[in-house]
Write a protein of this length. Structure first.
Length: 132
């Protein structure tokens, strides 16, 4: 049976209505694909606390969540199953800097489809584009 992982992803929007996209490094699983930054939810951790912790660790900044799930879906990869919970938020302290990712990029919604997204992130990307 495949391992099931619960993951939170931050849809971080700035004042210019651009969304933060993160390029997975060659060392990560699903390498060189774009994603919304975030990570695994630990045991006994709520999704909002997990997202704030992961963004602080990965991007060295502090976020504020809007306390509602933007999108949730389950995606089956070859070796594991991911439940990806996307949450809209904004940066409230410090500028995001990549530590685990190869690159960060701010993009307008209409340009999101130009990137090669990790399969689990695609439904949230499509929903963001549909919001335009």
């Amino acid at each position: 049976m495949k391992k099931q992982i619960k993951v939170v992803a931050a849809i971080i929007e700035n004042d210019q209505q651009e969304i933060l996209c993160a390029l997975r490094s060659p060392d990560m699983s699903i390498p060189n694909m774009w994603e919304f930054p975030g990570g695994k939810v630990e045991a006994n951790e709520d999704i909002y606390s997990a997202l704030k912790r992961e963004i602080a660790e990965e991007l060295d900044c502090r976020i504020e969540t809007f306390n509602e799930v933007f999108h949730s879906n389950t995606h089956e990869y070859e070796t594991f199953i991911i439940q990806l919970i996307s949450i809209k938020c904004r940066v409230v302290e410090r500028t995001p800097k990549p530590s685990e990712h190869s690159k960060l990029m701010w993009l307008k919604r209409e340009n999101l489809a130009s990137l090669k997204w990790a399969p689990a992130d695609i439904p949230a990307v499509e929903q963001l584009i549909d919001e335009m």
